[in-house]
Write a protein that binds this ligand. Structure first.
Ligand SMILES: CSC[C@H]1O[C@H](OP(=O)(O)O)[C@H](O)[C@@H]1O
Length: 366
């Protein structure tokens, strides 16, 4: 099928705008995802500390969205006249990078974005491109916007490549929210092939597990797919095995927070369970992520799985569901070994095993 990307862009018009940069006063505006789907509340940020807090509190979440937010957090570090020299600005940016990197430990995009922004600033100062702080702010603002635009185009391409794995009438099982809210651009990663298929008139539907404890599936994936008229069915996390066993699922498509050189996929807790069941039942399992999510240096033992507040498990939306003080283990990601991964879908193409050989080749990274 020949696809005109510009025509596709006009067809896929996401309604939600989770991340907005206001140029007039250098303000970052975030849709507070903790309040969806019942309230659309925006928060305004003007410094890297509050930006890091917004990431930590999951006002914004999802690997690419965290990366874009952190990029703008770096702009905020020098955008409000708190530094007068370029040397001071670089010091402030180094501090902002540390503050932002400490917000959450697992999503690779966070570290990728702050490193890219800091390197851009240092190069601009060293090569004379930035003659003063004002010019450096403008250079960084353009860099953050470039990251946003690159992620948007990457998601379109992941949708186009992923289309190859969708047939008319398919049902796709996903996990958590790897949609437009998780990427900040409104398209998404795991849902990109679904959005492209839908835009091209191919019949496709989604089964979305609720995704305890933060309920990204029930509150976010369902919300954004319904807003765009894409058929979606909500299930409990405990039903994923049954829907696959009943033959209700043609493929599994999930996002990722980090993918290693050997194909280990870090994603929302519960993903590994889906991958093993899919593998056992012969259902294709795809992880869909931009190259900014890949970490070709770390090994499995190096990657920290985030553990969050036990009350996220003891309560649902603040209502207790377990005895007070019950001990809780709350890892919010898990890792899926490459043997359970059918293929990785990226903006540069589909990557098949052996991943340690094919990831660097397809991504063009040594
Ligand atoms: C498109 S990446 C989305 C990825 O991030 C989510 O985690 P969280 O909501 O905790 O940031 C989940 O792992 C998604 O697959």
């Amino acid at each position: 099928m020949r696809i005109d990307i510009e025509e596709l862009k006009n067809k896929i018009k996401p309604k939600l705008r989770p991340i907005i940069w206001r140029d007039e006063d250098n303000t970052l505006i975030l849709l507070d995802q903790r309040k969806l789907p019942f309230e659309e509340v925006y928060v305004e940020l003007r410094d890297p500390v509050s930006t890091a807090d917004a990431i930590r509190q999951m006002i914004v979440r999802g690997a690419p969205a965290i990366g874009i937010t952190a990029a703008y957090g770096m702009v905020l570090a020098i955008a409000h006249g708190n530094t007068s020299t370029l040397d001071e600005a670089l010091k402030e940016l180094a501090r902002a990078r540390e503050v932002l990197n400490a917000a959450r430990p697992t999503a690779q995009n966070l570290f990728w974005a702050t490193e890219r922004m800091y390197n851009r600033a240092r190069n601009a100062v060293n090569n004379g491109e930035a003659r003063n702080v004002k010019e450096l702010v403008e250079i960084l603002r353009r860099e953050a916007k470039a990251i946003f635009d690159e992620e948007f185009n990457a998601e379109l391409m992941m949708g186009v490549y992923g289309l190859e794995k969708i047939s008319d009438g398919d049902t796709i099982l996903t996990q958590c929210n790897a949609g437009g809210l998780a990427t900040g651009t409104g398209i998404g990663t795991a849902t990109a092939p679904v959005r492209v298929a839908h835009a091209l008139g191919i019949r496709v539907s989604v089964i979305a597990p609720e995704t305890r404890p933060w309920l990204q599936g029930a509150r976010l994936t369902v919300y954004e797919l319904m807003a765009d008229g894409i058929p979606v069915t909500l299930i409990t996390d405990t039903a994923v095995g049954y829907v696959m066993y009943k033959g209700m699922v043609n493929s599994v498509m999930v996002g990722a927070d980090r993918i290693l050189r050997d194909g280990h996929v870090y994603n929302k807790i519960g993903t590994f369970k889906e991958a093993v069941i899919a593998h056992e039942l012969g259902i294709p399992f795809y992880a869909i992520a931009p190259s900014s999510t890949f970490d070709l240096k770390s090994r499995v033992e190096d990657v920290r799985i985030e553990e969050r507040d036990p009350d996220e498990v003891r309560k649902i939306r603040g209502v207790p569901i377990a005895p007070e003080g019950v001990p809780v283990f709350n890892p919010v990601f898990d890792v899926t070994p490459p043997k359970y991964v059918t293929a990785l879908i990226t903006e540069k193409g589909i990557i098949y095993p052996p991943f340690d050989k094919n990831i660097p080749k397809v991504l063009g990274i040594a």
